[in-house]
Design a protein around this ligand. Structure first.
Ligand SMILES: NC(=O)c1ccc[n+]([C@@H]2O[C@H](COP(=O)([O-])OP(=O)(O)OC[C@H]3O[C@@H](n4cnc5c(N)ncnc54)[C@H](O)[C@@H]3O)[C@@H](O)[C@H]2O)c1
Ligand SMILES: [Zn+2]
Length: 667
């Protein structure tokens, strides 16, 4: 690999890892499996080891993955919360033990082995026997204050027994039991709500809810495994005793070993036993027992050298491949999808699996009619991992990569480097649908109500002149009652709601628009950074590649992509139409920083003219703090329409209540 190749691959991996971290930690909806994520991370680590100059200060190899959430007060950790290095192979586990032996200069090193509970990392502080606060890991330095949500966990004591430790900070994992998770998902399905992919996702999603009342209905639980700071104890085994004395739950299964062979035996036993544990586990955590040894071994920039997570291979199942369909994505990517005879894996029925790309189909020699092994470990889309060739009858058929788009018939374009086959036609109806779905999505312009089915109708409907009712995102703003009335099964009330949502989306922050445009490599975070740096869309459009690279987090590949996007004739016209439609292209003046709200803490509730995130941003930009729940520390409750329990609580506590107009007047 040449330096230039390595640089481009590293930039790609780094931006992908940042994106997956965000999906995983902030949005709680990962797109790839943990193992796939770990493989990408490992590849980047290897490139950085070979070309150390390619390691940027914000490289995902150096940082703990989370980020603070909006709507919560932040807590700076007394002692950093770290990640764990991980491995999927017994050889690497033995290599870890050999490093520990070498580091300590002796043969026998006592270790403990605990189940790795698949939940969300948490720190809980007790002072004088009373629960002071609980916080998530966040970026390792600062986490979210989720005390009110944690207080809904029955197993978590608010007060400690008098005869145990009184002031200390414990580290643990919040999780949802397998049974609790299944019940929750069933209820959500019945209510027509989106189901969670796995218990870890539902735990992360629950902890970030701003209303503890809803959290209280979710079956959260907690288990502890460590201390923030070693006070009187000098080993992991003493931590267990301390947890027992404090009445805090520790791991149900713990092994002790002092040799590589002992470690391997423990992880194999745990793999057998974990299936009957009431909660999901994704591995074993191996820790050096003695704190003296731990200090001697030290830490890297993101994980201790005295511990490692051994992860188990995801669960697999055998089934038959019925067909290979083509899914058309927002960027025109044509992704092969396997249709399967439904099969039960990791507790859920799977009938589709991703095949990623045609190169992979060829590499694995996957044919229609084959018996395949599929794998699912928490990820949303299960994957085909291999084929049982010995079971072939000879009737199986190979599937070639498409030469033309199955929807619009345009000759496909193959991107050599990225192995992706694309439909290059910007007017391809499927591509247009995906783009519009992205544009209206919650993370982008947040036009509620415009779901997939409505969008499909809007795009498929041909007007008298043969043109589509909606052919690009600007057409959304040209719609009126008459055009919407042509849709099937859409009543006047819905039409009214769509138009209202479309109209109010014009006021959205410009970063949402930038994100919604779907520029390759520009995620929500990147779009925010761009607007913060340039102040508005027109300045971004004018910027040179070099100027774009001055913006934090925008590397060369991303800058080139943005630069090219704003110079394409179609896009220039699109932007002109969006501007003419009255969309917000510049950061609003009210959001310019002031100190008018210094020293105030706000809670936002009810329906307001903008979404809560945007209003919270405005409060923070003007010096105020935003918290998720009403307490004695709340200065103002900003109450919109249909405010509920928070309004009651604020009234009870005598917190000053303001409406949106009064709030705007304060700025
Ligand atoms: N699928 C994705 O898109 C995606 C994205 C980001 C991260 N991830 C996954 O998350 C991992 C990185 O996350 P991470 O940094 O939280 O590492 P990790 O989850 O692999 O390990 C660290 C965490 O393990 C937890 N843990 C559970 N039981 C424990 C025990 N007994 N002792 C100590 N800790 C215990 C702690 O919360 C700790 O913070 C990756 O390896 C990847 O598998 C996946
Ligand atoms: Zn097409």
């Amino acid at each position: 690999m040449t330096h230039a190749e390595a640089a481009s691959r590293a930039a790609f991996l780094s931006s992908e890892l940042h994106r997956h971290n965000r999906l995983y930690y902030v949005e709680a909806r990962p797109e790839i499996s943990d193992q796939q994520f770990d493989l990408l991370l490992k590849e980047l680590q290897e490139i950085e080891a070979k070309f150390p100059d390619l390691q940027t200060p914000d490289s995902p190899t150096l940082r703990v993955g989370g980020a603070p959430l909006e709507g919560f007060t932040q807590i700076t950790h007394t002692v950093r919360m770290m990640s764990l290095d991980n491995t999927y192979s017994e050889e690497e586990l033995s290599a870890f033990f050999a490093r520990v032996q070498k580091g300590l200069g002796r043969e026998k090193v006592e270790c403990v082995i605990e189940p790795k509970v698949d939940g969300v990392a948490i720190t809980v502080r007790y002072e004088n026997g009373v629960l002071k606060y609980g916080a998530t890991r966040g970026d390792g330095q600062t986490g979210d204050d989720v005390t009110n949500n944690l207080k809904t966990i029955k197993r978590l004591p608010l007060r400690l027994p008098k005869d145990g430790p009184q002031t200390f900070e414990v580290r643990g994992e919040v999780f949802m039991s397998k049974a609790g998770f299944a019940k929750l998902n069933q209820e959500r399905e019945e209510a027509g709500e989106a189901t969670f992919a796995n218990p870890r996702n539902s735990t992360a999603g629950t902890l970030k809810l701003l209303d503890p009342k809803i959290v209280a209905k979710r079956p959260l639980d907690i288990v502890f495994y460590g201390l923030a700071e070693a006070s009187d104890v000098e080993s992991q085994n003493e931590v267990y005793a301390l947890l027992d004395a404090a009445g805090l739950r520790k791991a149900d299964l713990i092994w002790q070993a002092d040799s590589a062979e002992g470690l391997l035996q423990a992880i194999r036993e745990l793999d057998e036993k974990r299936k009957s544990l009431p909660y999901e586990t994704d591995g074993a955590v191996i820790k050096v027992n003695s704190f003296v040894d731990q200090r001697e071994l030290g830490v890297t920039s993101k994980a201790p050298r005295w511990a490692i997570a051994y992860k188990y291979q995801p669960e697999q199942a055998e089934t038959k491949l019925l067909a290979i369909d083509i899914q058309v994505g927002r960027t025109g990517a044509l992704t092969p999808v396997a249709r399967l005879v439904p099969v039960l894996v990791s507790g859920s029925t799977v009938s589709n699996a991703t095949l990623h790309n045609y190169e992979e189909i060829e590499r694995k020699d996957i044919r229609v009619g084959d018996t395949v092994i599929i794998e699912k470990a928490g990820e949303i889309i299960p994957a085909v991992v291999s084929v049982k060739k010995e079971l072939r009858s000879g009737d199986e058929s190979t599937v070639a990569a498409p030469t033309h788009c199955p929807v619009c018939g345009t000759a496909v374009h193959k991107d050599e480097e990225q192995v992706v086959i694309r439909c290059p036609n910007p007017h391809c109806p499927e591509v247009v649908k995906r783009r519009i779905e992205h544009f209206v999505s919650r993370g982008a312009m947040d036009i509620s109500g415009l779901g997939e089915a409505v969008i499909a109708q809007l795009v498929d409907f041909k007007k008298a002149d043969g043109s589509r009712l909606v052919a690009d995102v600007a057409d959304i703003y040209d719609m009126d009652e008459l055009s919407l009335a042509r849709l099937d099964r859409v009543g006047t009330k819905s039409i009214d709601n769509y138009l209202k949502a479309i109209s109010s989306s014009k006021q959205q922050d410009p970063w949402r628009l930038v994100f919604g445009l779907g520029i390759l490599h520009v995620g929500a975070g990147g779009a925010r950074k761009l607007i913060e740096h340039f102040g508005g869309i027109d300045a971004i459009a004018k910027a040179s590649v070099e100027e774009l690279m001055q913006c934090p987090d925008i590397g060369e590949i991303v800058a080139v992509s943005i630069h090219a996007w704003f110079r394409e004739a179609n896009n220039i016209t699109l932007l002109d139409r969006l501007r003419a439609g009255g969309l917000n292209f510049t950061q609003k003046a009210v959001e310019a920083a002031s100190d008018k709200l210094n020293g105030t803490t706000w809670v936002i509730t009810g329906t307001l003219s903008q979404d809560r995130e945007t209003i919270a941003d405005t409060i923070r930009a003007n010096g105020g703090k935003v918290s998720g729940s009403v307490s004695g520390k709340t200065t103002y409750l900003l109450a919109g329409e249909d405010a509920g329990s928070k309004l009651d609580k604020a009234t009870k506590l005598g917190v000053k209540i303001v409406n949106e107009a009064e709030f705007r007047a304060m700025l």
